[in-house]
Every structure is written in C-alpha cells, then in structure tokens.
Design a protein around this ligand. Structure first.
Ligand code: PFF
Length: 456
C-alpha cells in the first residue's frame, strides 16, 4: 500500500529543505530571463494579468496535485504513474504521462543549458569591466558578438551541462540540498538592489505601467502566458512530482505549494520591475526577444556605483538559479534509470547529460549558422527557429498537456479517499482544491488550447 512505500533515493531532511529545493527548481531562467522578454513580446499588462491568473487558478492546484502524486508513488514519475494506476485499479497506460515528462525535461534542459551558458559568460564580461560606461548600442553589440560565435556558446553549454551532471550524480542530499540553501535568499537581495537602481532611472513608473496596465492580447498570447505559468513553476513534467517523492508524509502540501508559487511570482515581478525601466530609459524595444536581459541589465551595471560587483554577483546568482532548476529537469529521468536499469546515479546522470548536450547543439546553432532556418507545424506554430520550436513545443504544449492529465488523474482517476488521505489538509481546503483540479483547471487548459488554434 502507498503508506508503506519509501523512496530508494532518500528523503529531504526537513520541510524547509523541500521548499527551498522546489523553489530552486521553480525560480530560474524562466523568471529572470524568460518572463520579461515574453511579457515584452506580448504587450505587457494583459499578458502579466493572464499569467498571474494562470498561476493562481491552474498552477497552484496542479502543483499540489503533482506533489501529492509524487509523495504517494515515491518513485520516478514513470514508476509513480504505474504504481498509482495499479493502486487505483486503473489502466497501466497512464505510464505515458511519466514518459512525456521525462522527454519534456530533457528537451527543455537542452536549450536551458545554452542560455545558462550566456549568463556564465556574462559573469566574466561584467567582471572584466566590459560594460563600464558603455551605451545601449555597445551592450547590444557585445551580446550579438557572443551569440554569433557557435564555439563560445558550445564551450559554455558544455561547462553548464557538466556542472548539472555533477550535482545530479551526487544525489538528493549531498547535491541538491546544499546548493539551494544559501543561494535563493541572496538572489532576492540582489534583485532588490537592481530594482532600486531602476527607480533612479526616472523611468520606473513607465516600466511599472507597462507591466500592469491592461491592453490587448490574442489567443497565442494567452497560450504563452499559460505555458509560462507551467514552465515557471516547473509543472507538468514530473520535476515537482519527483521532488514530492522525497517529501515525508508529515509535511503540508498546501502550505508548501502556496509558498513556492509566491516566491516564484515575486522573483518574476521583481525582474520585470528591474528590467523595463532600463528598457524605456534607454529607448530600447520591450519586444527585443531572448536577448532582453543581456541587452538591458549590463547598462545598469555599467552606470551604477559598484556596478561591476553587483553585476558579477547578479549573473553568478542567475547561473545558480539556473543550476538548481536544471538539476530538477533531469532528476525524473535519472531516478528512472536508477530504478529500472540498475545504473548508479553517476552513470545515469552522465548518460542523460550527454544526450541532452547533443540536442543542445541545435539551440547553439539556431543563433548563428542556422539563424535563417525555421520550422512550422500548421495550426500550431509558424517560422520558428530550432530553439523557439523546442521552447514552444515544451512550454506551451507538453507542460500544459502534462498538467491537464495530472489534474485529470488526481481528480477523476484516483479515489477521493486516496487523495484526501495524501493531501491531509482541512476538509474545506481539500474541497476547494478538488473542485479546482476536477473542473476549473482542466477546463481552463482546454479553453486556452482551443483559443490558441482559433477554434473558439
Ligand atoms: N521553472 C524553471 C524556470 O522558471 O527557470 C524551469 C523549469 C524547471 C521548467 C523544471 C520545468 C521544470 F520541470
């Protein structure tokens, strides 16, 4: 029975550590690099509003469901789905949900690592004083130089993948716990400092207005906002499920999920408030795309007192934030290989890491030698680079689909007595949660999908 299962991979030493690790997974490039640039590309205010609604109505309930499934199954998402389907006497075919998650995680990491590589190279660019007194144009050409050089991108991508494999190989306690305990609070502090700088630009309110004044948005924009809610909370692919499998039974899933979602949202909004004032103060384009933070923040670091130090620290912490997310992206696959193929964590991490590294070459090239090659899938997306295709397929399709089926499994497939027992929360809170995952969440995801393809 579920109650007697224990994880062969170990258990978090405390609730705080679980919250830190899950927050470490949630807070990453998605908050600081991706959120500002997609908000910029999709017009700001309304996008942010839809994103916040998705976090509250879809993200938080699904996070609770995902942690709950993980804690009950106590294995990699693939084996958890097999075990839970069996517990509930349901079709073993639910295992595909675990597999889709493993594939999504591996695809996301392949490009995530390349972008983390940009952040790493910026630690050295900032440290070397490259941005001191430089204009917006100068900062822009430093960024273009970097991404048009495949060899440099490849070197940083390789270094980041080795860093990720090393931590994952060391396992839950020695690797993941240690990395997150100190770094998250520091990142918060630094973001505050940059927001304070942004207040001195004279354009702070323009930035805030851009982020919070509603405008217009189309079906695609809504899908991107919803996809980002999944991406930023690490939902829909088993990362949070596998972390939940290392959580002991006496901790509250509800409280933890709310805390994680809050921390994640605050970081994203702080990043937006740091970046957009700098964008407007320097006459830059909010829709500049994936290079946005690399073309804006260095201007601040080049002009503020102590900017070199703040900049080095900021990019270092960004790398750490990416690192604590990256490890959760391959943890489901590594846990599976350890469980089913009898591999050691070291071998499993190396296998998955090398494969991911290889797929990452596509992203490296899509900013230079493959720049003019694009892909399209009718009705789904048009003319996207290799990197944009991976991002679109994973964040906007695979994660929401995964989340949809996690909700369906938790609310329609599992018996209420099982979920009630595992959630172990106040009856009223349980009712609200159950109602949300049973009706609201699946409906919302389906409506957004239909709207994005123009069916409604
Ligand atoms: N949540 C991470 C971020 O915002 O950067 C990215 C991520 C990690 C997505 C883990 C999905 C995941 F399973």
């Amino acid at each position: 029975m579920a109650e007697q299962r224990t994880s062969i991979h170990g258990q978090w030493t405390s609730r705080t550590v679980f919250i830190l690790a899950a927050t470490g997974s949630a807070v990453g490039l998605g908050n600081i690099w991706k959120f500002p640039y997609i908000a910029g590309e999709n017009g700001g205010g309304t996008f942010v509003l839809v994103y916040l609604l998705c976090i509250a109505l879809i993200g938080v309930p699904i996070m609770m469901a995902e942690i709950m499934l993980g804690r009950r199954g106590k294995q990699s998402p693939i084996n958890t789905m097999i075990a839970l389907a069996k517990d509930e006497n349901r079709n073993p075919g639910w295992v595909w949900l675990g597999w889709m998650g493993v594939i999504a995680g591996f695809l996301i990491l392949s490009y995530y690592s390349v972008i983390a590589g940009w952040a790493m190279s910026y630690v050295f660019r900032t440290g070397g004083g490259m941005f001191i007194g430089v204009t917006a144009d100068g900062v822009n050409s430093i960024f273009t130089d970097l991404v048009s050089d495949p060899e440099r991108l490849l070197a940083w991508h390789t270094i980041f993948m080795v860093m990720t494999m090393t931590i994952v190989a060391r396992g839950v306690k020695n690797g993941i716990e240690k990395a997150v305990t100190y770094l998250m609070p520091l990142l918060f502090g630094l973001l505050f400092i940059i927001v304070i700088y942004a207040m001195t630009t004279g354009y702070f309110m323009d930035g805030v207005r851009f982020l919070f004044t509603p405008g217009s948005i189309d079906g695609k924009g809504i899908l991107i906002a919803m996809g980002h809610a999944f991406f930023t909370l690490s939902l829909g692919m088993g990362a949070i499920m596998v972390y939940g499998s290392y959580l002991s039974k006496d901790h509250s899933i509800v409280q933890a999920s709310i805390l994680i979602a809050l921390a994640d949202t605050v970081v994203a909004l702080l990043a937006g408030m740091a970046i957009f004032p700098i964008v407007f103060a320097n006459g830059l384009e909010p829709g500049a795309g994936p290079g946005l933070i690399f073309q804006t923040l260095p201007i601040a670091f080049g002009h503020m007192p102590g900017g070199t130090m703040v900049g080095v620290l900021f990019f270092t912490l960004l790398v750490f934030a990416a690192w604590t997310s990256a490890i959760s992206l391959i943890e489901p696959a590594v846990a599976y290989l350890v469980e089913n193929k009898g591999l050691s964590r070291i071998y499993a991490s190396v296998w998955i890491g090398v494969l991911t590294w290889f797929v990452g070459l596509g992203t490296v090239f899509s900013f230079n030698i493959w720049k003019d090659h694009t892909l399209s899938i009718p009705y789904i997306f048009e003319d996207l680079s290799f990197f944009d295709t991976l991002d679109y397929l994973t964040a906007n399709i695979m994660l929401p689909l995964g989340g949809l089926f996690i909700a369906i499994f938790a609310a329609w497939v599992m018996k209420e007595e099982s979920t009630k027992d595992e959630m172990a929360t106040h009856p009223l809170i349980y009712k609200v949660w159950h109602f949300l995952v049973k009706f609201i969440t699946p409906l919302a995801v389906i409506v957004v999908f239909l709207k994005a393809i123009g069916a409604i």
